[in-house]
Ligand binder design. Sequence first.
Ligand SMILES: C[S@@+](CC[C@H](N)C(=O)[O-])C[C@H]1O[C@@H](n2cnc3c(N)ncnc32)[C@H](O)[C@@H]1O
Length: 112
Amino acid sequence: MKKINMVLAPIVDASIEELCSTLFPECLKIADLGCSSGPNTLLVVSDIIAIIQNTFRKLNLPPPSLQAFLNDLPRNDFNTVFRSLPGFYNKLDEEHENKSGPCFIAAMPGMS
Ligand SMILES: C[S@@+](CC[C@H](N)C(=O)[O-])C[C@H]1O[C@@H](n2cnc3c(N)ncnc32)[C@H](O)[C@@H]1O
């Protein structure tokens, strides 16, 4: 866990476990409203992906595909976020030994 704190982690964990063990989704969508554009921007998404991967492994389900939607105000530097994506995908492959499902990231400027 890098960004999701000790208080929040068990809540996210339990919600994802409940969702996965009742609906068995093949695709999960994550929205980060107010994602910013610094070095921390994709850490929340990474943490949530790690929880999803662990939960699916525990439930013996194949890894789902993931869609992450990033949103912030129009002045946010989305180009920086997009430039960081190759590094993010490499790290994802390393951390999950190329076993995670496909992950697509989209960003939308606007007031959420
Ligand atoms: C405290 S920062 C959090 C940044 C990042 N999520 C993090 O945890 O490091 C809040 C972010 O919310 C964005 N924000 C504020 N009002 C917003 C709105 N109405 N719609 C979308 N983003 C908004 C700001 O531009 C800022 O990037």
